[in-house]
Design a protein around this ligand. Structure first.
Ligand code: SF4
Ligand code: SF4
Ligand code: SF4
Length: 583
């Protein structure tokens, strides 16, 4: 049936809107920004908090604009005195039961509640009374929960339950006793949380934040006995600038490297080199499995949130996971072996710091199996947000910085390594190497467009030397679940699967700059950050991992060949079935 256009008036402006639109969406068409709080586009559209109320002429009470559909002839007022007063009351009530320590809150300056309180000039909290008190949960290696700052908007629940299909958190109790909790009110460490951090990205306040490890980094930086090497993941460089007011998706690689050198790291290397190494090993592993028709489909293993998810939910399918460690773990293992040996450095004195877009990497770095000779491959993980904090604490004027290059030789990576940061990137990088390995011929076109873009599940068939390889790419754990159910039911005929825990891949990881509900409604953040990575790849001189001079030298001098005994010892791992708890 054809959809109708309706005519309405918002704040005196005539608007033509699709009949299926909400008032909030119709207002956006004419540049009117109605404030919201519990609303998160496509994730939490429930009209609970009442911040987005508007007056509709001829109707009693207020309409909740995030759920109320437009109607022909509506005359709407978005900021009448009655609306403004009602919004102040909503804020007053929320703030009356809120620990208001903005000065020391990690979200100060980027808190939707704080911004609204300022915007609506809430100066005195009129409603006072009993405040709920919650213990802070900081046992998880990745997430800190402080429900004294929770406003019960449920954006985190909707994200965990609907976007990720996990359900590690839910609202329990009623009325004043209501709170967000886990099964048995356990720490997030002890339930079926994957550490993806998507709930942090959804939270409008400081109730959820990453475990901060910046003090550990400051301490090793001033320790003369430590040789501190930092590596930065591909997705960090296309998001870090946002913390300093630069447009979403600005590539700040050069400034980021300069800032890291100013902070005092002994070497600044690129995790993209680790990604090249992952491709060398993963492509080889795939070709071996394909030739032996063993444990197919092979599924990528570089997303630690995804690895924990499959360990908890599909332990019987762990043989499908590639045994490759993730890029920063592989890189850490090489830095503490090959690099240390070559440069006469005691590996015990090396501290590897990874700057990641991801909070699951904090958990991953603590996995015992990701170590060698009693040393963890990676010592400390900080997120893009934490690096931004360190740059600010270091009095560095980031935007004014000149560009620097990564240190050589371990900072020289290919374009294939760069695209690891977005959904489909690992598959595309791997296919470039797999195709040339299987055929022995150079690829004409190296872009695999069919695995690019934001479609939630991308299926493709690639012809390689007479073989047809079926591949699938999924991002977000709800989509991962669909693929795993197909595999479990024996209905999947794929050979190669890429899965990333975060919707959009690492560019949208749980450690990336947090975007407000308004920004998420108006801008395709994922697309802008991903485009910046594809531009880095497109401009790279070398775009295939197996052509990297660093890889060629590393295998010649140390690892011999992909899949060698040494490579297995340092670069591969195993997985552990884990107990799953549901709320
Ligand atoms: S959550 Fe927001 S309003 Fe609450 S203390 Fe933190 S910055 Fe202030
Ligand atoms: S980190 Fe991910 S899995 Fe854990 S509670 Fe948050 S959204 Fe759910
Ligand atoms: S933790 Fe954050 S996202 Fe979850 S309900 Fe509380 S304020 Fe909302």
């Amino acid at each position: 049936m054809e959809e109708k256009t309706v005519n309405l008036t918002i704040d005196g402006t005539k608007v033509k809107a699709n009949e299926k639109m909400t008032i909030l969406e119709a207002a956006k068409l004419v540049g009117i920004d109605i404030p919201t709080l519990c609303f998160l586009k496509d994730v939490n559209e429930v009209g609970d908090c009442r911040m987005c109320i508007v007056e509709v002429e001829g109707k009693k009470g207020f309409a909740t604009s995030c759920i109320q559909k437009v109607e022909e002839g509506m005359v709407i007022h978005t900021h009448s005195p009655a609306v403004l007063e009602a919004r102040r009351v909503v804020l007053d009530l929320i703030l009356s039961n809120h620990h208001k320590d903005c000065l020391t809150c990690s979200r100060s300056g980027n808190c939707e509640l704080q911004n609204l309180a300022i915007k609506f000039n809430v100066q005195n909290i009129e409603y006072t009374g009993e405040q709920s008190e919650h213990l802070i949960d900081d046992l998880s290696p990745s997430i800190v929960r402080d429900f004294n700052k929770c406003i019960l908007c449920r954006r985190c629940i909707a994200t965990c339950k609907n976007v990720q299909k996990i359900g590690a958190i839910d609202c329990i109790n009623r009325g004043f006793e209501s709170c967000i909790s886990t099964v048995g009110n356990n720490s997030l460490r002890d339930v079926n949380c994957t550490n993806c951090g998507q709930c942090i990205e959804a939270c409008p306040t400081g109730a959820l934040r990453e475990k901060d490890n910046t003090d550990e980094v400051w301490n090793v930086l001033k320790d003369d006995k430590k040789y501190v090497i930092v590596q930065t993941a591909p997705a960090v460089r296309v998001a870090l600038g946002e913390e300093f007011g630069l447009p979403i998706g600005t590539n700040v690689t050069g400034k980021m490297v300069t800032a890291l050198k100013k902070l005092g790291f002994d070497k600044v290397f690129d995790t993209n080199t680790g990604a090249d190494l992952t491709i060398m090993e993963e492509a080889n592993e795939f070709v071996e499995r394909l030739k032996a028709n063993r444990d197919l489909p092979m599924i990528t293993s570089c997303s630690p949130g995804w690895v924990k998810y499959i360990e908890m939910n599909y332990p019987e399918n762990l043989k499908h996971l590639s045994t490759c460690k993730s890029p920063h773990e592989m890189f850490g293992a090489i830095l503490k072996s090959y690099y240390a040996q070559k440069n006469g450095i005691d590996p015990k004195s090396i501290c590897v710091v990874s700057v990641m877009p991801c909070i699951a990497k904090k958990y991953e770095a603590k996995r015992e199996e990701l170590s060698n000779n009693g040393m963890p491959d990676v010592d400390i993980v900080v997120t893009t947000r934490e690096l931004a904090r360190m740059i600010k604490q270091g009095n560095i004027e980031f935007v004014e910085l000149d560009d620097s290059k990564f240190d050589i030789p371990m900072g020289e990576a290919t374009g294939a390594g760069a695209i690891f940061g977005t959904t489909g990137g690992v598959m595309e990088a791997a296919l470039r190497t797999v195709c040339e390995t299987l055929t022995g011929k150079e690829l004409g076109k190296i872009e695999f467009e069919s695995v690019r873009g934001e479609e939630s599940i991308k299926r493709t068939t690639i012809e390689i030397g007479g073989n047809k390889i079926k591949a699938v790419v999924a991002h977000g754990l709800a989509n991962a679940q669909k693929i795993m159910e197909e595999i479990k039911a024996g209905e999947a005929d794929y050979q190669f699967v890429e899965i990333m825990a975060c919707p959009g891949g690492c560019v949208m990881g749980g450690g990336q700059p947090i975007k407000s509900s308004k920004t998420r409604m108006n801008i395709d953040v994922r697309k802008k950050r991903a485009e910046a990575l594809y531009t880095i790849d497109g401009r790279s001189i070398i775009r295939k991992s197996h052509e990297s001079p660093v890889m060629i030298q590393l295998y010649k001098e140390y690892l011999e060949k992909p899949g060698s005994h040494k490579a297995h010892e340092l670069l591969h791992t195993h997985y552990i079935p884990r107990v799953k708890y549901n709320i």
